[in-house]
Design a protein around this ligand. Structure first.
Ligand code: NAD
Ligand code: UD1
Length: 339
């Protein structure tokens, strides 16, 4: 089976390619490299021991997509391609709506023209807004507080409408909690451009000495130590969730929406301690004001994923930190040194 992986050179896409290939799928990576390096795919090729078809193109460009669908008989799409920086989305909303929403519209139109109607979409726990309670179930009310989140919410709705219009579509919406960690080889991982917005890459860069200290955004939340609590999930567990979604996609006769998280919440200070233990390095930190738009607690009820996909996260917080550290310490400049 040929699987088109949009955004396949990025953080989650590159890890997912490994498990797809190991599961016997034929992978075609499609990426415009707006937030990725070709080096990530070269390294995936080393891990899996085979060449990967890599096509440079933009999901907003109909011709780019038609070329791929004309070249290969694509059976399903895993759709990672998207912009994901919350702060930038507030400053440049149209860029996010164009890339994420318009890009998904063009992708779905081209898929339909080529009779490929199976899609696994990267959604996010951000669609729950500020949840009234935790753990979060899939049927909780949805809302968005920024253009990035709204683009995810809107794409979810769009894909539901598409299914209503034509039941031949197979749609799986995966709502990720907080992906962290890296492949155990230490050769691929998260490589954010500039100053990381997310906690784990910031901690890793502080441990390796690229950043002086971590600012802990708020210590007065209603949590066990006052700092924000999130559901950190190993990226290889997340990758496995995609393979399981694809394995089962033809069994589904409705749009399936699934939380992918561990079901356990850790605070910022829990993560700092775990990282120090895994790396043997100090992670200096200072308490700073709350970050605008942040919520106190966000963690999944992950029971539906187990029920419907037979998936559950298996990797511990120690493994997440060890694998992040292996990647960060082996590649202090990310993929750049070999670009
Ligand atoms: P990433 O930026 O590493 O990967 C996204 C990839 O898409 C990049 O390789 C980028 O070059 C590519 N891309 C972007 N726009 C494109 C376009 N128009 N055409 C072709 N390629 C394009 O991000 P990631 O962390 O791997 O996230 C993958 C997906 O999962 C995204 O849709 C993101 O919104 C979603 N998600 C991520 C997280 C997270 O914490 N990382 C959480 C929830 C959801
Ligand atoms: C952020 C995004 C969310 C996105 C998710 C995964 C915001 C407001 N939300 O969520 O839309 O889906 O990433 O990509 O950006 N923290 C610090 N210091 C730091 C960085 C983070 O204390 O330098 C804290 C945060 O306040 C939070 C926790 O660490 O409590 C996790 O932050 P982060 O990794 O940015 O993820 P989210 O806030 O869950």
């Amino acid at each position: 089976m040929h699987i088109l992986v949009t955004g396949g050179a990025g953080y989650i896409g590159s890890h997912t390619c490994i498990l797809l290939i190991e599961a016997g799928y034929d992978v075609i990576v499609f990426d415009n490299f707006s937030n990725a390096s070709k080096e990530s795919i070269k390294r995936v090729e080393k891990i899996v021991g085979e060449e990967i078809t890599l096509i440079e193109g933009d999901i907003r460009n109909r011709d780019d997509l038609h070329n791929v669908f004309n070249m290969y008989k694509i059976d399903a799409v895993i759709h990672f391609a998207g912009l994901k920086a919350v702060g930038e989305s507030v400053e440049k909303p149209l860029k996010y709506y164009d890339n994420n929403i318009h890009g998904t519209i063009v992708l779905c139109e081209v898929m339909a023209e080529h009779h490929c109607k199976s899609i696994v979409f990267s959604s996010s726990a951000t669609v729950y807004g500020d949840p009234h309670t935790t753990p979060i179930k899939e049927n909780f009310p949805l809302s968005a507080t920024n253009p990035y989140g709204r683009s995810k919410l809107f794409i979810e709705e769009m894909l539901r409408d598409l299914y209503i219009s034509d039941n031949a579509w197979k749609v799986v919406l995966l709502r990720y909690f907080n992906p962290v960690g890296a492949h155990t080889s230490g050769t691929i991982g998260e490589d954010p451009y500039g100053i990381p917005n997310n906690l784990m890459p910031f901690i890793a860069q502080t441990a390796v000495g690229t950043r002086e200290y971590l600012s802990v955004f708020g210590d007065d939340y209603d949590t066990h130590d006052g700092t924000g609590v999130r559901d950190y999930l190993h990226v290889m567990d997340l990758a496995d969730g995609h393979v399981k979604a694809l394995d089962k996609i033809n069994n589904f006769n409705e749009v399936i929406t699934i939380n992918l998280g561990t079901g356990t919440g850790y605070s910022v200070l829990d993560m700092v301690k775990a990282f120090e233990k895994a790396s043997g390095k100090q992670v200096p930190y200072k308490i700073a004001p709350r970050r605008a738009g942040d919520i106190a607690k966000c963690f999944a009820d992950a029971t539906y994923a187990k029920e419907i996909l037979g998936w559950e996260a298996t990797r511990s917080i120690d493994e997440m930190c060890q694998d992040s550290w292996r990647w960060q310490s082996n590649n202090p400049n990310g993929y750049k040194k070999e670009d």
